[in-house]
Structures are given as C-alpha cells and as structure tokens.
Design a protein around this ligand. Structure first.
Ligand code: ADP
Ligand code: MG
Length: 333
C-alpha cells in the first residue's frame, strides 16, 4: 500500500509562497502526472515527496506513514531526474547496482537485482558497457534501472525525457507506460509537456501557480476541462477561444472549440479567409481569420486542398463547444 497523500501542504521560499496549501491523494499503483507550465511548482512538490525539500506547513503520508520530516532514504522512494547523473567510469551494471552497494546489500543479491532490472529494461546485453557507449535513451534506461533495483514503493520522475530527441521521447513514453503496467508501483511523473501527460497518465493533475486547476483521467480533462486554463493547456494544437458578442450569443463569457472540432465547409456559422495551411500528410492544419471571432486554427483529417487567401466557412457540432463563465465551465445545457 503506497498512496501519497498531501494534506494542506504549503511551501515558501523566503517570503514567497510557491504552494499556498494543497490537498491531493495520489492513489496506490497509479501513474499520476503533475503537469503545468514552468515555475508552477511541479519539482517543488516532487522534491517534498522525496524529502529533498522541507514543507513549510501541512503533512505528507506515504503508504499511511507520516513521512513529513523523515529522511529521504527512509521514505521508500526512488527518483529519476532529467540529467541521468551516471558515473562515467563505471559499467552499466555497476551504475545500476551502486546504490545497493552503498546500502550494504550483499554482492549476490545486488547481482540478482541488477540482472532482473536489466531484463525488464532490455539492458542485459549492455551491462558491461560504459555510459559513453550508450545512446541517450539507453542512458535514461540505466537511470531508471538504478531506481528499479531499490524496489521503491513510489517512483518519482522529474521531466526525465526532456533531454531526448522527439523520436526517442515517443519511444520512452511507451516504454515507461509499459514498465508501469508490468511492475504496478505508484509512479509520480512531473512534466510541462501535455502530450506526455495525456499518453502516460492514468490520472493527470494540472497545476497553475502552485494550485490544482483540475485532476482527472486524461480523456475527462480533454472532454470536460473545468477551467479555461485546463482547456488551453490540454490538447494540441491549442483550443480556439472566442469572447465578446459571439461568445455572449452562445451563452457564455468565453467559448472554446478545439481545432479538430472546427469543420470547414460551405454552410458553417463562421466565415473567414485562409491565412496559412500546413499539410502534415495524414492531416491538414488551417490557420484562418474569421470575421466574427478572429484568428482560428482548424485540424482536419487527410489532405485538404486549400490555399491562403481563399474564403472558408467553419461549422461545428454544438456538443463540442466548451462554455465558460467567471472562469468556470458551465454545465451542459
Ligand atoms: P516547476 O518545476 O514547475 O518548473 P519549481 O517547483 O521548480 O517549478 O518552482 C516553483 C517556484 O518556486 C518558481 O517560481 C521558482 O522560481 C521557485 N523556486 C524553486 N526553487 C527555489 C529556491 N530554492 N529558492 C527560491 N525560489 C525557488
Ligand atoms: Mg521543474
């Protein structure tokens, strides 16, 4: 049993309040992603779970134990950072087992645990290599291996894929999600990248200025964002927002519609002019200026033959509109 429970946790650096007082339960065995823009307090929260940062107020429990003032080594956690921090002169096997060696674990048990972790991470054939003989993705797997051998109750990841190129990031997303299904431990993963959050999490916690904007399953946040912030943060390309008279006509202060829900056609509500088109092969992105609402982005499947300067109309299914008033989602009418 290793849920992580924050109760009224606050954090100040000097006079600056970074986390105003946060309640959050991270379920046992979940893959929870804390996501938000740079500076919103993600690393601070993770480091408070790890015990690398003191809390200013409140308590943190892991698996029912109050760990608020406990030493990091006594919390049953292992952390993986963006910088892998491998020892360059040590082999992969020695890097993975180093923490166990420091902890005085017998040699035979270290060898067994390293072999098991290497198997899980497909590193078995690389155990004798030095870090410089590995690709970026393999190095990150070694860093994860170092965490796995400690058999932590909770894994903590702080933007572990940020140093990798796009293709490797996509591959490591899949590997991490599969690792989680295999070992079933609680994983808390911090990122500013909503794609990582959407693809890996079973629960996403969206943070903004040290506060929780919304927490829920990825597709719940996509379908029913509670606030304009979440609506704009989750989904790519970003949701289009409409204000003013056109929003009022639709019954809200602010109306959101995702690019994939704008339908170019001859009979849509909104008329405008194409400004730019991106042909991605499987889909086409249309950037247009719409008279009633301003610049919009639309995404359609397939290759659409549209050119800048061309007139275009956009329609939508009313079920795909997101209506907000006073900063909150309006109940579906
Ligand atoms: P994130 O990981 O979401 O980018 P952080 O948790 O690192 O954000 O930082 C949250 C806020 O706390 C930021 O405004 C940052 O400048 C501030 N902060 C972080 N660490 C310190 C520190 N050691 N001293 C003072 N301010 C800090
Ligand atoms: Mg950070």
């Amino acid at each position: 049993m290793a849920d992580v429970v924050f109760s009224s946790v606050s954090k100040r650096y000097g006079g600056v309040e970074v986390i105003p007082g946060l309640d959050l339960t991270i379920a046992d065995g979940s893959f929870t992603v804390l996501v938000g823009p740079s500076g919103c307090g993600k690393s601070t929260l993770l480091r408070m779970i790890a015990g690398l940062e003191e809390v200013t107020g409140g308590t943190i429990h892991i698996g029912g134990d109050d760990v608020t003032v406990r030493d990091p080594s006594q919390r049953g956690i292992a952390m993986v950072f963006q910088s892998y921090a491998l020892y360059p002169h040590m082999s992969v096997a020695d890097n993975i087992g180093f923490g166990l060696k420091l902890a005085g674990v017998p040699r035979a048990e270290i060898a067994a645990r390293v072999a098991e972790a290497a198997e899980t991470l497909q590193l078995t054939h690389l155990l004798d290599r030095k870090p410089r003989q590995l690709s970026g993705g393999q190095r990150q797997r070694v860093a994860i291996g170092r965490a796995i051998v400690r058999k932590p109750k909770v894994f903590l990841f702080d933007e572990p894929l940020s140093n990798l190129d796009a293709a490797l990031r996509a591959q490591m997303r899949v590997e991490l999600a599969e690792l989680h299904s295999r070992i079933g431990a609680t994983m808390v993963y911090v990122t500013h990248d909503q794609v990582e959050a959407m693809t890996m999490a079973d629960r996403i916690v969206v943070l903004n200025g040290g506060r929780i904007e919304q927490a829920g399953a990825p597709m719940d946040l996509y379908r029913h964002p509670a606030t304009p912030f979440v609506a704009g943060f989750i989904g790519s390309p970003r949701m289009n927002f409409i204000t003013g008279a056109e929003a009022a006509a639709l019954g809200a202060d602010l109306v959101g519609i995702r690019p994939e829900h704008l339908r170019p056609g001859v009979d849509g509500r909104w008329s405008g002019t194409v400004r730019h088109v991106e042909h991605l092969g499987a889909e086409t992105l249309i950037y247009a200026d719409v008279e009633a609402i301003g610049p919009v982005t639309a995404k359609v499947e397939g290759d659409l033959a549209l050119a800048p300067g061309q007139a275009v109309r956009f329609g939508y299914d009313p079920a795909n509109l997101h209506l907000f008033a006073a900063g909150r989602r309006l109940p579906a009418g």
